[in-house]
Ligand binder design. Sequence first.
Ligand code: UGA
Length: 429
Amino acid sequence: MKVSIIGTGYVGLVTGTCFAEVGHKVICVDCDDEKVKLLQQGGVPIYEPGLEELIQKNVASGGLTFTTSTREGVEKSDIIFIAVPTPPLPDGSVDLSFMEGVARDIASVMTSYKIVVDKSTVPVKTGDKVVETIRRYCKSQVEFDVVSNPEFLREGFAVGDFLKPDRVVVGVRSQRPVTAMREMYAPFNCPIIVTDINSAELIKHAANSFLALKISYINAISVLCEASGANVQEVANGIGMDHRIGRAFLDSSLGFGGSCFPKDLSAFIKISEKLGYDFALLKEVQCINARQMDRFFKKIVDTLWVLKDKKIGVLGLAFKQNTDDVRMSPAIELCQRLQKEGAILRVYDPKAMEKAKSLLQNVTYVADMNSVAEGCDALVVATEWPEFKKLDLERVRKVMTHPIMFDGRNLFDLEEMERLGFIYKSIGR
Ligand code: UGA
């Protein structure tokens, strides 16, 4: 099918590339001239495993092209996906100005029937507004349909998630666009849920909030584990084997971060407020998350006492494994708090050091993970990169001034750490 994707951020780029990979003809549109040039030359602005190879392959075969022209994208496609940012406003609600701008742009160049699909995360009832906007700014009486098709990609696993989705949600106002949407997703062989637009929009916020709730739940349990001498990983395994609960998203941590959960939680609380419901449960999810960081920081202070001039190594800057994304990263927040108390930081991340540099200055960026701890009073694990599990712990202990480790991701075995002579403080165990 002929499709265009407006917005080549993280979601748009993965969506466009994966659609091209399964044989659709895709035009990715972005207003950022530099980014489009980079993509046309085979460069990729983000780190996402497997994405670069797929872009290069599909650009070479002609199935994937990039342009700055919305007109070109709209004229040459039957389906137009909108994948623009929907950032938070200061009060936590969603800034829909990019969405509105793109709806107007599409309307102004549309001359035949189009399906306009919203992929961005938006408040319930946005679809209605998009319909109104297109109608208002469309010069002629062109027919169109608006569809809501939220994305459920995880950064770091986005290509796999897109190619093998658990489900695809398609929200429609009439049956007309359903066949085309089914055809778009037919190559993925997955369940397709066809529903109304409001439900589709709600599904996205409800899903992300539930996942955040799961993390806060296990983080609350981690407090009880620490107070009682239980082990949160044992508890997570024990409850997770009940298929009604499931083990996924029960890894206790120093809190969730990233560009989705914190923003979507605030947005969902605001959306609920506007709909007349005080979603106190989700406010508590936010509080537990904030306290988890406070508790971890307190653990460091309680152990090291005065942080001023203490040398601390930090493993991980990205908000999670497999990504170079540092937006709302708990690791960065922790580093900034340590710096504020006067600690001297040596930091390492396999992919995120370049992007961290604008947020984190006056630290030593170290080239390999085994050297981070050199001369340090303590080592902190802040991101769950799998390679950190392969740390040469004997060497790390020898090069540290004091063998103290704070593990915000529970990567290491308690007995092994004791055997190696570490003072080892992790989460909920
Ligand atoms: C999340 C959702 O998982 C995706 O389904 C959704 O499409 C996406 O938001 C979005 O709305 O665009 P993402 O933010 O990429 O994806 O990352 P997650 O893997 O969900 O992790 C979010 C945060 O929770 C990270 O900081 C991670 O370290 C933390 N986390 C995750 C935990 O602390 N414990 C866990 O058990 C799982």
